[in-house]
Design a protein around this ligand. Sequence first.
Ligand SMILES: Cc1cc2nc3c(=O)[nH]c(=O)nc-3n(C[C@H](O)[C@H](O)[C@H](O)COP(=O)(O)OP(=O)(O)OC[C@H]3O[C@@H](n4cnc5c(N)ncnc54)[C@H](O)[C@@H]3O)c2cc1C
Length: 465
Amino acid sequence: MAQYDYDLFTIGAGSGGVRASRMSASFGAKVAVAEERYLGGTCVNVGCIPKKLLVYASHYAEDFRDAAGYGWTAGESRFDWATLIANKNKEIQRLNDVYRKILIDAGVEVIEAHAEVIDPHTVIVSGKKVTAKYILAAVGSWPMVPKFPGSEYAITSNEAFCLPTLPERVVIVGGGYVGVEFAGIFHGLGARTTQLYWGELFLRGFDGDIRTILAEEMRKRGIDLRFKSDIVKIEKVAKTLRATLTDSSVVEADQILYATGRVSNTPKLGLENVGVNLKYNGAVVVDEYSKSSVDSIYAIGDCTDRMMLTPVAIAEGVAVANTLFNDKPTKPGYLNVPTAVFSTPNCGTVGLTEEEAREQNYRVDIYRTAFRPLRHTLTGSDQRTMMKLVVDQTTDKVLGCHMVGPEAGEIIQGLAVALNCGATKAQFDATIGIHPTAAEEFVTMRTKAAPTAAEEFVTMRTKAA
Ligand SMILES: Cc1cc2nc3c(=O)[nH]c(=O)nc-3n(C[C@H](O)[C@H](O)[C@H](O)COP(=O)(O)OP(=O)(O)OC[C@H]3O[C@@H](n4cnc5c(N)ncnc54)[C@H](O)[C@@H]3O)c2cc1C
């Protein structure tokens, strides 16, 4: 008789859990996955996919305006939030069913219920104890709203995806990519939008030029961006939310969305009771193979607080399946992970920022260009696209590529391959461009840029130290 009911019991059928379960089953493991809320997890239900659909929706107003420069007279346009949300929900329902089918087709048993770990090889699910040789926590994360007077009136990205009506006035708090993206979405759909961030400039960790140019472009479009600003209290007067800010000013809104971070979904999972070490924020502590402090328990994705991105959760899931069931111990790689911000305009980035390169003592050359895209020569829009390369002077290797402009994510994805191959600036220069595109600028930049604020900042810090 088998010692355990399953070889692998995965908790959470999101991006990471689904991939780890399917791959493990394909290697011959007996696998079950428990999911308490929605198949596909955050990405499919309240993350990447619905977000990108809303971003598409938000761009039409600008497209209708731009069309005039090309001779089009568009009829009167109207936006209906209820139609967008209903169509988005239909697509998500379809994806939920696709996820159920791919798991079942892969031979994975799907249990749609909450699971809790009660010993290193046992979980309780649907009131039943089941055992597994390995348990994989792939439980994701949950948005967090800090506690302050009136914080109960704030919503998070979860609720933003299914509001009954489009707010006329919205305040977004937070300077990460989710906040920036929702500011673009609500503004594009017609809401008067204010975004607050307590720091000097949003998108901490991104290249300084991306942060600066994006802020300029968002302000140009009419988004009220306020840095060094936060909410101290929210009061509800009739249907209006009145937010008092740190400078005592008051902003009125119909919705206030907090995008101020996410915490691991580990409460009620039971991990700490069986000896699994958690970080101060509840994230599971894992080694390079995603193994926790208990040998039979692994953890992947957002709940480990490494890089909260879908492709990273998937890569970690693939690595665990290879390690446990394919005789190929695999450490997921985190080098040159490309990312996009689906802000308005988009940003894309891969490799080191200029600030990181300088802090790591690289001597770098910077190539930067900012221009009005061809499309806007006829629309009258003064939108700008920015592209930037960070190049190591010693080896000529391109260390980082950064962009603000339409389709930045699509363009940067290809450059990530080049960076992973160790491409040099000379190889970028030897690559023939596709004309006329914005992307060709990445292979035609020849003039080194003057020192930037980032360089001066790092130099000043080094001198001060
Ligand atoms: C608004 C938003 C936009 C985003 N946009 C992007 C983007 O554009 N690109 C990108 O790469 N990433 C994006 N992300 C991040 C991405 O969604 C996550 O990094 C990814 O979904 C993490 O996958 P995961 O498998 O770790 O967890 P999840 O996908 O969150 O899955 C975890 C699952 O576990 C289930 N669960 C939790 N506890 C239990 C339990 N005890 N029992 C049973 N089931 C349980 C949950 O219900 C959930 O379905 C976005 C996130 C948000 C919030």
